[in-house]
Design a protein around this ligand. Structure first.
Ligand SMILES: [Fe+2]
Length: 303
């Protein structure tokens, strides 16, 4: 029937133990020494050793064998092929994509927290749920990954024409927000001098959980802060970006646009600051160009 979700990612890092401790702290549930689950998505992160940080593998879930056949035929038109395990590599991001038949993520509808506003007391005689929560923040699922590619156009074609991602919004000449589910975006490929992982993004319930999660992560670790709290224009989501000990950014997000009916959703082209955000603190230069980019380039040239 269709692509419907990201399944699991594998990130290679030089400092496995330290990075593993970071993601446990981030709220992912440890399922093995270096594997982690989200609350709704099952096992969604595997860390492996690599000389320099990078996204090794990205899993995409489909409904049935017909989807695999259709993807195989589309990849053949790009002179690529799925191996027996459903794997194919994108040459310009150096990421291996594994396509597999997977269950859809199903979640019971939960009541939205009640907010008061001018002339509108939806929550009376009670404190806000966001200030009463005490349990650790637990990301519900992996939402998206952003990758640097040495050939942005080719990588984007790989994901759209090859795997079957759809374009939700576009920034001409720079990137497109691509989805393989009803999430506004699951993958974004941006131009870069070296293939690298810019960030992974993890969904939490609401903006309070983003704040609580970041608050916890920054206690005693101010070096983890990258950018937040803010709200993106493209995708609409609230965000807070943090940095793992290998240099990968990890984002808590909530309230992302959801695309169910393609006839109603209108993809747009953006060319101004809305590319980055609607509001928030000034964009740190290290978000645009991570501080270890030169080292990653040197690593790529020596390997
Ligand atoms: Fe993001």
């Amino acid at each position: 029937m269709a692509l419907h979700r990201l399944t699991r990612i594998t990130i290679g890092v030089p400092n496995l133990a330290e990075t593993s401790a970071y993601y446990a702290d981030f709220g992912l549930l440890k399922t093995g020494e270096n594997t982690f689950a989200t609350a709704d998505g099952g096992e969604q992160l595997r860390l492996v050793h690599a000389p320099t940080r990078r996204l090794v593998e990205l899993g995409v879930g489909v409904d049935d064998a017909d989807d695999l056949g259709r993807i195989g035929a589309a990849l053949a038109r790009l002179d690529l092929a799925l191996d027996a395990d459903g794997r194919v590599s994108d040459p310009a991001t150096k990421v291996r994509v594994q396509v597999s038949i997977a269950d859809r993520i199903t979640r019971p509808a939960e009541p939205a927290p009640l907010y008061n506003g001018p002339g509108r007391a939806d929550r009376v005689d009670a404190r806000a749920p966001g200030v009463l929560r005490e349990q650790p923040v637990r990301p519900r699922k992996l939402g998206h990954v952003v990758l640097g590619s040495t050939d942005q156009e080719a990588s984007q074609r790989f994901f759209t024409d090859g795997i079957g991602f759809k374009v939700s919004d576009e920034v001409p000449g720079i990137a497109a927000f691509l989805r393989c589910s009803t999430d506004h975006h699951n993958v974004l490929v941006q131009p870069a001098p070296v293939p690298y992982l810019h960030h992974t993004s993890w969904e939490v319930e609401d903006v309070d959980e983003i704040g609580r999660g970041a608050h916890h992560m920054l206690e005693g670790h101010p070096e983890r802060h990258v950018w937040g709290l803010g709200r993106h224009h493209i995708g609409s989501n609230f965000f807070w970006y943090l940095k793992d000990p290998a240099g990968n950014f990890s984002e808590y997000y909530s309230d992302l646009d959801c695309v169910v009916d393609e006839a109603i959703w209108k993809p747009e082209v953006f060319q101004d600051m809305r590319i980055l955000y609607s509001w928030g603190p000034p964009v740190p230069p290290s978000f645009i160009e991570p501080e270890d980019l030169a080292a990653l380039m040197a690593g790529a040239h020596s390997s």
